[in-house]
Design a binder for this molecule. Sequence first.
Ligand code: SF4
Length: 166
Amino acid sequence: MRIHSITYPDANNGLGFRVTLWVSGCVHHCKGCQNQETWDFNSGREFTDEDKNKIFDILSLPYIKGITFSGGDPLCSYNDVLSLMKEIKNKFSEKDIWVYTGYTIEFIKEHFGEMLNYVNFIVDGKFIEEQKDVSLPFRGSKNQRIWEKAENGEFIRSKIENKAAN
Ligand code: SF4
């Protein structure tokens, strides 16, 4: 997998202070996307063991609540992302995982089901410029939904959708 960057502390892409991994490559090509430089799967640089260890070091910090996978669309690099998620949950079970993706949860359930065992929050759907709303917390357009894993393991619409923007 290739990435553009690892940023922290990030308070804009999920609850609390987080580390965010910006994965290269996206097939959705939404009109008005703010990260068009990440669409190319050859953009950015190779994700290395050094990067992984850096993420682990950041996740070890007590004030870091978890990790967010963004991009690009991290699900376009599904196998690598899934294996990193597994390692993270294994080492840091108390930290949460957010994923931003242009796919809908319905599509994810059908095609990327294993990931649902590891993620806690999913912000789903393409960015639709005509539905852009800058007041929405943690997402760019009204069609995008925030899904949260409930105690029974099912994903439900999160109350965070209605949280006032910071
Ligand atoms: S899914 Fe995200 S990164 Fe991909 S084009 Fe749409 S807004 Fe941009």
